[in-house]
Design a protein around this ligand. Structure first.
Ligand code: FAD
Length: 221
């Protein structure tokens, strides 16, 4: 349910609050932007994340300034954006983008113990499903050097734009091309580490990533 903080006012029909929509966007995304008010003023930094149930989990070095400040329980705002297309209108004013985005408001708790190791494994699996079962798990000193934070999605909104440009009726006869240029993330051919021994085969997690690749669907996904 929307709260006063998460109610989309501008283009309100694009607002979505059902968790299935929110979760689908979060599970497809890779990068979030974490914003907070630091001692020096507002800061926003991009970082990786994974959704685990009702929480967004981020991690960083214990020395990471943003993470340290986020860990003290101050209010955070986290955004995830999937860019699906460039919307080219007949007028410059009506140019737009097709997107699916999520904004989360919350405060972080520090994740520790067995939950911390499990969260880091989930983080790796969010990047490449199944990868945590293939690579060496974090050891004790790596775990000590890493701060893992979980932010409950108590207040969350999604906003989704799809479809063609919304030109003014008067502009429709203009001889100007208008439409959508779809955009998407393309998975490239894996490039083995030059230091990799020849007998190490491409693992299932990487094969699955590659099989997911393909051109962006027309009209956005
Ligand atoms: C890729 C992309 C490009 C965009 N380009 C533009 C642009 O060029 N100009 C422009 O004005 N707007 C753009 N937007 C939309 C922008 O994110 C805001 O929704 C819009 O500017 C309205 O701002 P507002 O402060 O009036 O929001 P309000 O509607 O007042 O926001 C109230 C609440 O609604 C929710 N909300 C608002 N926007 C979003 C969102 N995008 N995703 C999830 N929840 C949201 C939040 O919880 C927020 O606190 C873009 C969005 C994306 C994802």
């Amino acid at each position: 349910m929307p709260t006063p903080l998460t109610t989309v006012r501008r283009r309100a029909p694009r607002g979505r609050y059902d968790r299935a929509v929110v979760d689908a966007i979060l599970d497809e995304g890779t990068v979030c932007h974490v914003a907070l008010t630091s001692e020096g003023g507002p800061v926003v930094l991009p970082t990786g994340y994974v959704r685990i149930g009702d929480e967004l989990v981020v991690h960083g070095a214990v020395a990471n300034a943003l993470m340290r400040q986020a860990a003290d329980g101050r209010p955070l705002c986290i955004a995830v954006t999937l860019l699906d297309g460039l919307v080219l209108a007949r007028s410059t004013f009506k140019h737009s983008m097709n997107y699916r985005s999520v904004v989360v408001f919350g405060r972080a708790r520090v994740v520790e113990g067995d939950e911390k190791a499990a969260a880091l494994a989930r983080f790796v699996d969010h990047i490449a499903p199944g990868r945590s079962g293939e690579a060496r798990a974090a050891n004790d000193s790596e775990l000590r050097a890493t701060l893992v934070l979980a932010v409950r999605m108590d207040e969350v909104s999604a906003k989704v734009r799809t479809g063609p440009p919304l030109d003014d009726e008067d502009d429709l006869p203009l001889p100007v091309w208008a439409g959508v240029v779809p955009l998407g993330t393309v998975v490239g051919r894996p490039q083995p580490d030059p230091a990799l021994s020849r007998d190490v085969r491409v693992p299932p997690s990487v094969e699955r990533l590659v099989s997911r690749s393909g051109p962006a669907a027309p009209g956005g996904r």
